[in-house]
Each structure stands twice: as structure tokens, then as C-alpha cells.
Design a protein around this ligand. Sequence first.
Ligand SMILES: Cc1cc2nc3c(=O)[nH]c(=O)nc-3n(C[C@H](O)[C@H](O)[C@H](O)COP(=O)(O)O)c2cc1C
Length: 355
Amino acid sequence: MRYLTAGESHGKYLAGILEGFPAGVRVTKQYIAAQLKRRRQAPGRSARQAIETDSFEVVSGIQKEITTGAPITVLIKNIKVFNELPFSSVPRPGHADLAGMLKYDTLNAALIRERASARETAARVALGSFALRLNELLGVCINSRIVSLGGLNEITAQSAAVELKRARAAGDTLGGVFEITAENLPAGLGNFNQWDAKLTSRMAAALMSVNGVKGFELGGGFKLATLSGLAAAKTPELSGGLDGGVTNGRALVMRCAIKPVPGLKAGTPSINLKTFKNTEAVSKTSDTTAVFAAAVIAEHAAALTLAGALLEKFGGDTFEEIKQRVKLWRLKTGKKLAYGCAVSMPMAVRRPAKR
Ligand SMILES: Cc1cc2nc3c(=O)[nH]c(=O)nc-3n(C[C@H](O)[C@H](O)[C@H](O)COP(=O)(O)O)c2cc1C
């Protein structure tokens, strides 16, 4: 299974193609719309989100909401479209602007930000919806939660709202940490035979590719470095669900640190690359935090990688074939897992989304 996205932030459409997805998976339009809405309307987002509707169409690979096995194409319409790209020779620090202007030898930062923008992740969420559904139907539950916001732990809806209001009023932005879990994963996904076959490196790549993510931890992560071998042996759950890059039957637990949104209303010191004069890069419509939206995006990025690993192990062109193979495998490995106390997780109930 593989996927690609295309499209710019203010172009007519964003596009996503998902190839190698099995036939016979029911994915409704409401289900995809609900996932896109979770990303769009996550706390901390700016007024632009009220403009974008993420209206989309699945133009191939599906018939009557059931996948056919052919490549799936999703098109998402942008509401705010530029007929002519604006010109700006002022790169915004903390963005791809300067690196991209140097790379593509252009004085127009707008050319760079159109594609480097996190708007692209809407296409990944649309494709990820298919993968999330496949995981769900195979009993794998992928979820996310916010661990901290702006250095504040034990975040509730109320404390987050207060923090975001305070930051917004001060013209400031916040970073944070989110956690992604995948429960009830069959053991044996991924492979230690090659570096790029390990599920560890594949999950890290998928999650680190979400814009603004600067840190990745699996299980105990950096804490494990502080424990003695004796202490670590008493806490096998700190493996985070992977040993040697292969699922071990425990829940997969990963954490990501995302930096504060770099675009500030007050402006950030920059330079005009046309005149070489000092100036400010001002972002009038930036999000206050990306941590909540990034957690949703990361669920989908994780789902795509896990769907790939499931298909690798259990193959099959149709969902029925894969389902039977997963069922047999669970029967075969279940007893050993219980004995080895790498307990296979009970089926957790996913947050209901419209199907
Ligand atoms: C969902 C989401 C929304 C974002 N919104 C903004 C934003 O409104 N303004 C901004 O300056 N950065 C925003 N960012 C962060 C930038 O996209 C990101 O920092 C930038 O692309 C540079 O990439 P890097 O930090 O991964 O190097 C957002 C990131 C995500 C994931």
C-alpha cells in the first residue's frame, strides 16, 4: 500500500491517491467528513478554519461507499483560492520559506509556503480515514490524547480553553505533546531484517512528517535512558509495543512534541531578500496551537502505516480474506501472548464517528 498527496494551500484542490487498499471495505462519506472535521475544528485553530469547509469527493476506487481495490482518489476543494499568487520576498522564520527559497532559487516565499503549509495534511486525513476504518474493522483501535499544552500537564477541555484564550489575547502561540496509541494490534507486524522494514522507523517517519513535530518517543522513550536495567526489566510496557521493530502484542504507545506555532501577529524579525533590509514577518491569521489538530493528523498517519504493515503480513485483495487471516493469527498467537504476559489488549471502544 502506498499513498501520495498533491495540491497547494490556495490552489483549486488538494488531492490524495491511495493505492493497494483492499476491496470490500465500507467507508462512508460521513465517516471521512467526520475525520476531516475533527482536524479542521480542533481547539486552537484560526478563523481560516471557519472559511474552509473541506468539501470533498472520492472520485475513484469506490462504488456505493465500498472500496473496489482500484487506486482511491480523493479531491478536497479549497474555498480560498488565489487566481494569482501574491508576492512576498520576506521569509517567515520557523517555516520552510527560507530553506525553500534557497532550494528552488526563488524570491517569492509564497511559492514555497503554498505547498509546505500544513493544509496538505487535510489530504492525508482523507486518505487516512480509509486506513483508520480498515484498522477498526480488524479490531485495532487507534486513538490520541493531549499530554501537555504550553508546558502545562493534565490538560482538560476547560484548562485548555483558558490557556488558549490567554495565549491568543497576548498574541502568543503554544506547543505541546500528544500521544498516539494503537490497541489490539496483532503481534508480528513489521520486520527487523532491514532498517526500513522496522515498524519503529516507519512510525517515527510517519509521525515526524506532521508539520511542526520536533520530537518522537516510543513507549518509555527518553525516560528509559534514565532507568537501570533491573528497573527497566520490571516495566516491560515501556517498550511501547515494539521489540526489534516488530509488534509484541502490547499496545503501541508513541508521543510527539510539537513546537509552538511560528506565525505571530506581533511579527518575527526577518529580512527582505530583495532589498536585504531588516523587516518583520507578520502572520495575521495563525493558529494559536497546532497540537490538537496534529494529534488527529497523526492518528491518520499512524493508521496508514499500520494498515500497510497489516497488509504486508496478512495480504489479500479483499477485506474478507484479510479478516479471516487476522482471525486465525489471533487464535494462534493469543495463548502465547497471554502466557508471555505480553497481554493482548481487550478491544477498546473507539470514539464513535458517523459511519
Ligand atoms: C494542523 C497544523 C496547523 C498549523 N498552523 C499553523 C499556522 O496557522 N501558522 C503557522 O505559522 N504555523 C502553523 N503550523 C506549523 C507549520 O506548518 C510548521 O511549523 C511549518 O510547516 C514548518 O515545518 P517544521 O516545523 O516541520 O519544520 C501548523 C501545523 C499543523 C500541523
